[in-house]
Design a protein around this ligand. Structure first.
Ligand SMILES: Cc1cc2nc3c(=O)[nH]c(=O)nc-3n(C[C@H](O)[C@H](O)[C@H](O)COP(=O)(O)OP(=O)(O)OC[C@H]3O[C@@H](n4cnc5c(N)ncnc54)[C@H](O)[C@@H]3O)c2cc1C
Length: 414
């Protein structure tokens, strides 16, 4: 039996594909959504550690755009058509109540990504989108300057227009294995080389392993190359068995990756960013005085988390048994520098499997930002992570998917 012809076929049932399919149908098109997994939105379910950081509460579109770096301006139309507030309203109307947490992060009140996914799949049903899961698209067949059909593991599907929303390559076990890049390339599109972004870093120093599991709250981490500071962030980080992770490391990973291509990269951790050198020195002196009869190794409990103390004591070179009141100024100075500039050296970024998003993708110059339509193929659109846009943590990446998915779906339905 041959499949009926659709107005629009959307390939990839992640956040961008679901929004595109639903919006196209809401605007009157006959839509089919093809997804290779047995369920839609597998990555969405993992997002925000299973809680789904739906978007950011940052309402100023310029700030949202700037968060995406130099490519961000591509998003002006998409964010104008479907803003952060539109996203929040959309989910609220679908029955997902939202709340704002630290860092302007918007989550469902239920803390369940599953509720976000269920709301979307119910909406797709209401809009009468035909969803075909377990359907791997193999290729797009072009006739002249138009895509005619897709070939898939479930047969051929014909449509008037096609929207590719197959995602990037991050966490490919969720289905996003980069298939869309190959199709786009074959169709003549340029692909900015996909690299992992928002990804933890591997470090060279053995002491880091002793700290695995230790989370650092409110620290400042600076990136150095050849003694020059290239970036710094304030916030939370996490020591792991391979190196460092946590929000500020993930957000700086793109920069670290770029610098690593040119040479070695050093991270300097300021464990006490609220105190400058003289203030911290005064604090250390006070602590050592208070603990005057204690061994040095037992005198840092008020200053540092327990797990960090043996590492800092070892690195300071100070005799751990030395009485606190016998520590010399020179020794104190060493300690001071360790606390303000704990240095570790990056060996590499972890790969796509451990990344949150992919940087790179479909070259934006070949897409119309007002419609998401390909400038090369008349009836082809792209949306979501497959395009050359990636933002920081905090709901920005999903917002990009909602906005570009919305725009692709509504404009393809015209
Ligand atoms: C662990 C983790 C946590 C995250 N947390 C957040 C968060 O809290 N907030 C945030 O903003 N962002 C978060 N992100 C990023 C966000 O989830 C992604 O940016 C977003 O899912 C991308 O959406 P997409 O629709 O473009 O692609 P995807 O979600 O990757 O969906 C693409 C879909 O296409 C399907 N597909 C691929 N190839 C084919 C094919 N050949 N045939 C048919 N179907 C195909 C895939 O199976 C997949 O379902 C997180 C990412 C990860 C990995």
């Amino acid at each position: 039996m041959t499949n009926p012809r659709y107005d629009i076929a959307v390939i990839g049932g992640g956040p961008a594909g679901m929004l595109a399919a639903g919006m196209a149908a809401q605007n009157g098109a006959k839509v089919i959504l093809l997804e290779k997994n047995e369920q839609l939105g597998k990555k969405l379910l993992l997002s925000g550690k299973g809680r789904c950081n739906i978007t950011t509460a940052e309402e100023d579109p310029t700030t949202v755009i700037e968060a995406f770096g130099k490519n961000g301006k591509f998003l002006y139309s998409a964010l104008h058509e479907f803003s952060v507030q539109d996203t929040i309203n959309f989910f609220n109307q679908l029955g997902v109540a939202t709340k704002i947490e630290r860092g302007q992060r918007v989550f469902p009140v239920s803390d369940q990504a599953l509720d976000v996914l269920r709301a979307l799949t119910n909406w797709l049903k209401e809009q009468k989108v035909r969803v075909v899961t377990g359907c791997t698209v193999i290729k797009l067949v072009k006739v002249g300057r138009q895509i005619e059909k897709v070939k898939s593991s479930r047969g051929d599907f014909f449509a008037g227009k096609f929207i590719i929303t197959t995602g990037g390559q991050a966490a490919s076990f969720t289905g996003s294995s980069g298939d869309g890049y190959a199709w786009a390339k074959k169709l003549g599109h340029q692909i900015v080389p996909p690299v992992p972004s928002l990804v933890p870093v591997r470090t060279k120093d053995a002491w880091v392993k002793d700290l695995q599991g230790l989370s650092l709250k409110n620290v400042r981490i600076s990136i150095y190359q050849s003694l020059k500071k290239h970036d710094e962030r304030f916030g939370d980080a996490l020591f792991t068995h391979f190196g460092l992770s946590g929000p500020i490391i993930l957000d700086m990973s793109k920069k670290i990756g770029t610098l690593l291509a040119n040479g070695s990269v050093e991270l300097r951790i300021d464990l006490k960013p609220a105190l400058d050198f003289p203030q911290l020195d005064a604090r250390i002196q006070r602590d050592l005085k208070k603990m005057s009869n204690k061994a040095f190794k037992n005198s840092l409990a008020e200053l540092l988390p327990q797990k960090l103390i043996p590492v800092i004591v070892r690195m300071s070179g100070i005799d751990p048994e030395k009485k606190a009141n016998n520590i010399t100024k020179e020794e104190r100075n060493k300690l001071l520098h360790l606390l303000k500039e704990l240095r570790t050296h990056v060996s590499s970024l972890l790969g796509h499997e451990k990344a949150i998003v992919t940087a790179g993708g479909i070259e934006l110059k070949e897409l119309d930002p007002r419609t998401m339509r390909s400038k090369l193929i008349n009836n082809l659109y792209f949306a979501g992570e497959i395009i050359d846009l990636d933002g920081p943590t905090g709901g920005y990446n999903l917002q990009m998917c909602w906005s570009t998915g919305y725009l692709a779906g509504t404009s393809a339905a015209l």
